[in-house]
Design a protein around this ligand. Structure first.
Ligand SMILES: *[C@@H]1O[C@H](CO)[C@@H](O)[C@H](O)[C@H]1NC(C)=O
Ligand SMILES: *[C@@H]1O[C@H](CO)[C@@H](O)[C@H](O)[C@H]1NC(C)=O
Ligand SMILES: *[C@@H]1O[C@H](CO)[C@@H](O)[C@H](O)[C@H]1NC(C)=O
Length: 969
């Protein structure tokens, strides 16, 4: 699905800094990385987790005696508030019978089927003896008096009634204000299992069929209906007063979750775009007031689509492309074939409102969704257990598509920080799940739209493209897509095609210095079927470096009994190598599943240092012998540019994570950070701050925090030299063509960190800017730009933190007045920055508001911001405890959002807090639904935190004290 989960879910970080800086949508999790993803968790005791709640039916799959070949869907959503937005539908489905059976069973949910007739190909009606509904499986079953015969075709025609959904899934109602009026629109979001809420269907990805859609829409020239295919115009049907019917061309074969409809009063910006097989219309839709902000999407969308035609070597298969910006959308974006849906925030760009980080996100989300037109839409996983293949692939190649349109934005740096290192952080718990995972029911399915599927999937695919070489990788992928187009596949199919590509490559084309140690499947299975990842231990003697592997786990007590082994591609470089050599990312040797060590030679005996995992293309951490850590520290301190940016960030991230896991002396890791005063690149700082934020979360309420602040300020002082000024609006390029987008992220991160650490120049300038904004605020022009958009999050947060109740009320008013989705996101973050408990409690109450004091799409996110604030955390916990039933009913079914009410408590770090969580878990052990894994993970994280404090707080405190005293001298 949607990328956004990529992003939305993502994140990391705890502090506003990170938030502002990462460029990810951040859910801010206090004190830690967060995410709604898996970090997994576990008990420290060896008892295996036992739960599959007994109430859950596991066999929810449709019987397979029939498959659909063609759907005729006629559906009318009435914007009739008095009658609660009724939905009238007719679904006629052509069926092929594959084996005998005496029923037609398909999915329907929240629909009342009022008639169902089954006919033979000749039109003879078969008697339906009974119609039943199985609510546990969402099955509608028409029982027949006679058997359907294998090899014959049939047709089922159903009329049904429903309502437009209000919960952002299925065919749902969205509303927005235009001037003084409220406008309605109806739009779909089906992935993974919600097409069944719009029309009865075989709602599993393997049941591909053609779709012929006809949508009822209000009669009026401002109304427009969209679906996957081109409109064939208005039909003559006048049966529904006030509405007309608009029909669409029959689609190519596709899965139900990719079907889409939209009925709105939106405007379009568009052009004909010439693609491999001729011109197609490419349009971007938005509410009319926003239409001028579609330019970036129109500039980049077509170019990215062309790029993927070349990349996959397959023409874009549909006759048009529509991308639509929605005021309410559950995830970030959704790759419906030919009609891609987005949150407004992730499609519309305004130079003076959108931060550089959000602009990069717009670009890569577009690229992510457009990559899915092939990988996911044209070829679709047989079942959701291979979701990762879809999402991991799109999450990797989106960076390549982005690079095509913005070649200078350091996309691989962004990948390494935002995806690879982010998920390494999360994938370090004993119970982290494997990428490829068995899922059955909708709750389980929605839980895997997580960072493991997206970011770990992307990371192991990137690793593979480096050890196979890009040329072989692309060939295998393209052949695979051609072989399975309009069909479904499993991961082994992809491995098979890559294997053939390897075999077909002439020897010199194989860049790898060492042959593959097994088949592509052998190698990749070790990464996709097993949980976690390894740390490679490297030790040097003279010219020889010896490698060994072991699973990396954050919990120092856990590792002994775990024996997973991987096929690990290795490469190494010595200080005498040139910087160009860092691009030789093929495998020089492999660690194998035997567990045996392996050795590689360095160019000479007198290398000052050596470095493993060039450009951090391997999905693992590296631990070195003490001598080499010291040599690397010295090299960074002397001239850090001898090591490229990605590897600098990698060294910091590895060292601090190894220390956290008890595998490296904390002092060694902390010593590496000493050079950061002269670091001008974004990701080494960002990686460090992410790790430091963990430490901060553990010590924030202790005396150590002052030493922590003093140390970071000492580093910042070297960076914030004269000339390092607070960015102004005037510096923003009006065309959005940033020459150095990570440079902007760097400035944002540095200033944000400075303010958080209490650095006076930052506190003063932000207070001043906030006051000016507030004093000049004109309610009739709430969106008058005055601030650099990349600095707004910081200014708003500081303003609220320092400005008391008055500032909070002011910014909440702004939430209701602004017309911009991105602005509302910033306000939601800022409202959580206050230290006043009363206000945080009020904010929590707003989350329950009927009629949406806070938009439903934003509730779990806003909650995570509040829970990230140490002053709000305990009240946030009580909020979940006291409103469990409401939250469960509202967010608990069919979406991953429910877990986001649990994961922010990963920053708890006392026995009392642990007991609170365990109590909550026990009280609801049978109704955790889609939050089941999140609960397990959160509890394990808290156990690890408690242990961290016992093991590390003294050594960290002593180191900081020592550092600061040296600094003062
Ligand atoms: C419908 O028919 C299929 C095929 O014979 C069978 O597997 C399934 O159990 C039947 N369902 C019901 C509810 O009878
Ligand atoms: C479906 O049927 C139930 C039971 O008769 C009724 O309560 C409900 O309102 C109906 N829903 C619609 C959308 O007609
Ligand atoms: C739609 O509106 C037009 C113009 O008012 C009218 O001529 C036409 O009959 C209407 N169609 C339907 C189906 O109501």
């Amino acid at each position: 699905m949607a990328v956004s989960k990529v992003t939305v879910i993502v994140l990391v970080v705890l502090s506003l800094c990170a938030i502002v800086a990462t460029g990810l949508l951040v859910y801010f999790f206090a004190g830690r990385y967060g995410d709604d993803d898996p970090v997994d968790v576990t008990n420290t005791t060896p008892t295996p987790p036992t739960t599959t709640p007994p109430s859950e039916v596991t066999d929810v799959r449709l019987p397979v005696h029939l498959h659909p070949t063609l759907y005729n869907i006629k559906i009318l959503a009435k914007f009739d508030q008095e009658n609660d937005y009724p939905l009238h539908g007719e679904a006629t489905i052509d069926l092929a019978c594959d084996s005998p059976g005496s029923n037609v069973t398909l999915h329907a949910k929240n629909l009342n089927v009022t008639s169902a007739t089954v006919t033979t190909a000749e039109g003879t009606e078969l008697a339906v003896s009974d119609r039943t509904y199985d609510p546990e499986r969402d099955f509608f079953i028409a029982m027949l008096d006679e058997d359907l015969e294998a090899g014959k075709t049939y047709r089922i025609r159903m009329e049904y009634r429903g309502r437009l959904q209000r919960d952002l899934v299925g065919y749902y109602l969205s509303q927005y204000d235009e001037g003084d009026s409220t406008r309605n629109l109806a739009v779909t979001k089906f992935q993974p299992t919600d097409a069944r809420k719009a029309f009865p269907c075989f709602d599993e990805p393997d049941f591909k069929a053609n779709f012929s859609v006809s949508l009822g829409r209000p009669n009026g020239t401002n109304w427009v209906a969209l679906s996957n295919m081109n409109s064939t115009g208005i039909t003559g049907d006048t049966s529904e007063p006030g509405y007309v019917w608009e029909s669409f061309e029959t689609s190519v074969p596709m899965s139900t979750y990719l079907v889409a409809f939209a009925v709105s009063e939106f405007a379009a910006d568009g052009a004909n775009v010439s693609l491999a097989e001729g011109e197609i219309p490419f349009k971007v839709w938005a509410r009319p007031e926003m239409i001028e902000f579609t330019q970036k999407a129109m500039e980049h969308g077509p170019a990215i689509l062309k790029y993927f035609e070349e990349y996959f070597d397959i023409p874009y298969p549909l006759p048009k492309m529509d991308m639509i910006a929605l005021p309410d959308f559950a995830s970030g974006a959704m790759e419906n074939w030919g009609l891609v849906t987005y949150r407004e925030e992730y499609l519309l760009y305004q130079w003076n409102q959108t931060s550089a980080a959000t602009l990069t996100r717009i670009v890569y989300i577009i690229a992510h969704e457009l990559a899915h037109m092939w990988f996911g839409d044209l070829v679709t996983p047989v079942w959701w257990n291979d979701l990762w293949l879809n999402e991991g692939f799109a999450s990797y190649v989106m960076y390549l598509g982005s690079e095509r349109v913005e070649p200078n934005w350091s996309w691989m740096d962004q990948f390494v920080f935002s995806d690879l290192q982010d998920v390494l952080y999360l994938d370090s718990l004993e119970n982290s799940h494997s990428i490829s995972v068995e899922v059955n029911n909708p709750n389980q399915i929605s839980q895997i739209f997580d960072r493991i599927s997206y970011a770990k999937g992307a990371s192991v695919i990137r690793m593979m493209s480096h050890f196979l070489t890009e040329k072989i990788f692309k060939k295998g992928v393209s052949d695979y897509l051609k072989a399975f187009q309009y069909d479904n596949a499993v991961q082994d199919d992809l491995w098979q095609y890559l294997e053939w590509a390897v075999g077909n490559a002439t020897k010199p084309a194989l860049p790898t210095l060492s042959a593959l140690p097994g088949t592509v499947k052998d190698i990749m299975d070790s990464w996709t079927l097993f949980t976690g990842y390894p740390v490679v231990n490297a030790t040097r003697e003279g010219q020889t470096v010896t490698f060994q592997q072991k699973r990396f786990l954050l919990n120092p007590g856990a590792s002994e009994k775990l024996t997973t082994l991987w096929y690990i591609p290795l490469n190494v470089i010595g200080s005498s190598n040139s910087t160009d050599d860092f691009d030789s990312t093929g495998a020089m040797a492999w660690l194998e599943k035997t567990g045996e060590s392996v050795a590689l030679g360095l160019p000479s005996e007198d290398e000052d240092w050596y470095l493993v995992n060039l450009q951090q293309t391997g999905y693992y951490r590296v631990n070195y012998d003490d001598g080499n850590w010291e040599a690397l520290r010295a090299a960074l301190a002397a001239d850090h540019t001898v090591i490229p940016t990605i590897n600098r960030a990698g060294l910091l991230d590895d060292a601090l994570s190894l220390a956290r896991a008890g595998l490296l002396d904390y002092r060694v890791a902390l010593n590496l950070t000493g050079y950061l005063g002269s670091e001008k690149a974004y990701i080494p700082w960002a990686a460090t701050i992410r790790n430091f934020n963990y430490i901060r979360g553990m010590i924030e309420t202790t005396g150590t925090y002052d030493h922590y602040k003093a140390y970071i300020l000492s580093l910042l002082r070297h960076v914030m030299t004269p000339g390092f000024n607070f960015p102004t609006l005037e510096e923003v390029p009006k065309d959005g063509n940033y020459t150095d987008v990570t440079g902007v992220m760097y400035e944002t991160l540095i200033w944000t960190t400075a303010c958080e650490m209490g650095e006076e120049s930052c506190v003063d300038v932000t207070a001043d800017l906030f006051k000016k904004w507030k004093d000049n605020y004109d309610e009739s022009k709430p969106d008058e730009p005055t601030l650099n958009p990349s600095m707004k999050a910081l200014v708003y947060c500081q303003g609220v933190r320092e400005g008391g109740e008055d500032a909070w009320e002011f910014i909440y008013k702004h939430y209701n007045l602004t017309n911009y989705a991105s602005e509302r996101t910033l306000v939601l973050q800022a409202m959580a920055c206050t230290n006043i408990s009363k206000l945080l409690d009020r904010y929590l109450d707003l989350l329950l508001g009927e009629g949406g004091a806070i938009q439903r799409q934003d509730v779990s996110r806003a909650f995570a911001y509040i829970a990230a604030n140490p002053h709000g955390r305990l009240d946030a916990f009580k909020f979940v405890r006291d409103n469990w039933d409401y939250l469960q009913a509202t967010f608990g079914v069919g979406t991953a959002a429910f877990g986001r009410f649990i994961t922010p408590f990963s920053s708890f770090n006392t026995e009392t807090e642990l007991a609170l969580l365990e109590f909550l878990k026990d009280a609801h052990s049978n109704e955790l639904g889609s939050a089941e894994r999140a609960m397990e993970q959160t509890i394990e994280s808290v156990q690890i935190n408690i242990r961290w404090i016992g093991d590390n707080i003294d050594v960290v405190t002593d180191w900081l004290k020592m550092k600061n005293s040296v600094e003062v001298l």
